[in-house]
Design a protein around this ligand. Structure first.
Ligand SMILES: Cc1cc2nc3c(=O)[nH]c(=O)nc-3n(C[C@H](O)[C@H](O)[C@H](O)COP(=O)(O)OP(=O)(O)OC[C@H]3O[C@@H](n4cnc5c(N)ncnc54)[C@H](O)[C@@H]3O)c2cc1C
Length: 404
């Protein structure tokens, strides 16, 4: 009863681990030379893009714990996020949790009773609509808190972002420690992908890289063989498949599948600026840079829902983002040198980083579209936006249906 997991992104890694730990023989097939998918280390060790987790991401943190990698995820700003507003140069600190707003020093700009009520309304399930118009009566609170949150969590501009998807995120932020923000101290390679692969090997799974599934051979509603081009793997009667490929690839392999129609890019800039000091995470308003991650190994900038940035040239993006983040570094007194001239920079444009989360009923792809094939992937979660958390949940759910 071998289970073939297709795709070694977070969803495939989570599925393969759940199955291997349950004692099933698992073969993990990955098209690329490395694992991680959209959450990976590039060959030089740089992350493709900054990935942050929240304390509310219990499935993701559970996976990190199981693979022995939780300690690598650190909380850079335990006392509240530092934010620089480039509109007026104001530097302030903000708590991510509404409970933290009891302290006036940690309140987001524009907070009022009405704004809080509007946020609470967004958290309630109901008729879906776009977040931007729903917050129109509270423009400052929207600009300074809701909009950055929407862009970070949904990778969709708030004018077109689904209030219901945001609500699903907000409802999970109420618990103790739920708004703790965590990032990988040394990077996605050492703090996620490598420990996951090591855990899979310990659990006896077989890993195959450079193995792109060309075609699913089906008969009578079951997968009977996996076509990898030069090689076909026949499936026995008890064998099964977890398809954990990105949505466009899942649809190519299973053409009847309904998949998202629009995607949003995330652009990351990675500066070769080394320096001692703790990991820091800074927010920026009215800037190209939305988040700045400072690690001893380099400085990274995130531009989510970055349609315009994805069209822009590196020669323009690099100096502009550096000038912005340098202002933030100086405003918050970050240690080390912050020269005017930008250090060498690498731009990574992930053009289909996640689906766009627009208002409307979420897709509900079947978990088991074929008798012996379960579907996984960030886009298959009917409630949460496409994130690491959704990926882990989907992988574990796919493993669960096959184990049952
Ligand atoms: C730049 C960036 C920043 C992000 N930031 C965050 C963040 O801060 N927090 C957060 O929670 N989420 C974030 N995300 C989203 C998160 O990375 C994704 O939701 C998650 O990685 C998706 O995982 P997945 O396993 O569903 O899909 P994928 O990562 O796409 O994995 C699919 C895998 O299948 C492989 N594959 C494809 N076709 C085949 C085939 N035919 N045969 C075999 N293998 C195949 C691919 O190579 C890939 O490895 C970010 C995404 C990006 C791109």
């Amino acid at each position: 009863m071998t289970i073939h997991v297709i795709g070694a992104g977070v969803a495939g890694l989570a599925a393969a681990l759940a199955l291997a730990e349950a004692g099933r023989p698992v073969v993990l097939h990955e098209a690329a030379p490395n694992a991680g998918g959209r959450c990976r280390a590039l060959p030089d060790g740089t992350d493709n893009g900054t990935h942050a987790l929240l304390g509310a991401n219990t499935a993701a943190l559970g996976l990190l714990r199981r693979i022995g990698a939780l300690e690598g995820w650190v909380e850079p700003e335990p006392d509240g996020l530092q934010v620089l507003d480039l509109r007026d140069g104001r530097a302030f600190r903000v708590a991510l949790s509404p409970f933290g707003w009891r302290d006036p020093a940690l309140r987001p700009p524009g907070l009022s009773g009405g704004a809080l009520l509007a946020l609470a309304r967004l958290a309630l399930p109901g008729r879906d609509r776009a977040v931007g118009p729903a917050m129109a009566a509270h423009p400052e609170f929207h600009r300074g808190f809701v909009d950055p949150l929407v862009i970070a969590a949904l990778n969709t501009p708030s004018e077109e972002a689904s209030a219901n998807r945001l609500g699903a995120v907000l409802r999970r932020l109420g618990g103790r420690g739920a708004t703790r923000l965590l990032v990988a101290r040394d990077g996605l390679g050492p703090d996620l992908v490598a420990p996951a692969l090591a855990a899979l090997e310990r659990a006896g799974a077989t890993l195959r890289f450079g193995a792109r599934l060309r075609r699913l051979v089906t008969q009578g509603g079951r997968v009977v063989a996996l076509d990898f081009g030069e090689e076909a793997v026949p499936l026995g009667p008890g064998d099964a498949v977890v398809l954990a490929t990105p949505p466009w690839e899942s649809q190519r392999l299973l053409p009847h599948l309904e998949t998202p129609t629009g995607y949003a890019p995330i652009v990351n800039l990675h500066y070769a600026r080394r320096g001692a000091g703790p990991v820091r995470f800074i927010g920026m308003l009215e800037a190209l840079c939305q988040w700045v991650l400072v690690r001893p190994t380099g400085v990274s900038v995130t531009v989510s829902a970055g349609d315009a940035a994805a069209r822009e040239d590196q020669a323009v993006l690099g100096p502009r983002a550096w000038a912005e983040l340098r202002r933030a570094a100086l405003a918050f007194g970050l240690p080390g040198d912050w020269p005017e001239a930008p250090p060498p920079c690498r731009v990574v444009k992930e053009r289909r980083a996640t689906p766009r989360h627009s208002p409307g009923p979420p897709l509900r792809p079947p978990r088991l579209p074929l008798a012996n094939l379960a579907l996984a992937g960030d886009w298959t979660d009917p409630v949460l936006p496409a994130t690491i958390e959704a990926s882990v949940r989907s992988g574990e759910a796919a493993a669960g249906v096959l184990l049952r």
